[in-house]
Design a protein around this ligand. Structure first.
Ligand SMILES: [Zn+2]
Length: 139
């Protein structure tokens, strides 16, 4: 992307995200791994890989969303994920957390909590997603 306005806006968003994240790490007792995972997910989105988090990225249904597709950037329903080897299972809590991470205003990004079980899934998905999308892009 060579558009200067977009680039500036993304720089601003990235800096804002970084400052919010540093604040959370130094001033709160929120789980560090969760903070890092939220950071990764939001950063990947800012840098051009905003996942589809409102419906199945393949068929468009909002029912039975059970997976996150790394390959197709977003949520997938039970049926569509069967033929997607890169789809990672997620529970309802993890799904809500990912959706929140993508949609929340910058200042409220860290204003949520999830169970330990969901943190595990969230960590896995955000790690794979960032690695897959950005490693190739920024090598
Ligand atoms: Zn589907």
């Amino acid at each position: 992307m060579n558009d200067v306005a977009t680039e500036n806006e993304n720089n601003y968003k990235t800096l804002q995200l970084l400052l919010n994240t540093l604040y959370m790490i130094s001033e709160t007792s929120m789980d560090r791994d969760l903070i890092t995972s939220i950071f990764k997910m939001r950063l990947t989105s800012i840098l051009g890989f905003t996942p589809q988090v409102e419906k199945c990225v393949q068929c468009g249904t909002t029912e039975h969303i059970t997976h996150f597709s790394i390959k197709d950037n977003g949520f997938k329903c039970k049926n569509c994920s069967k033929v997607d080897s890169g789809a990672v299972t997620m529970s309802a809590g993890t799904k809500d957390a990912i959706k929140y991470t993508i949609m929340a205003p910058a200042k409220k990004l860290y204003a949520f909590n999830i169970t330990d079980e969901c943190i595990k899934e969230y960590k896995l998905i955000s790690k794979i997603y960032l690695d897959e999308k950005l490693e190739k892009e920024y090598k």
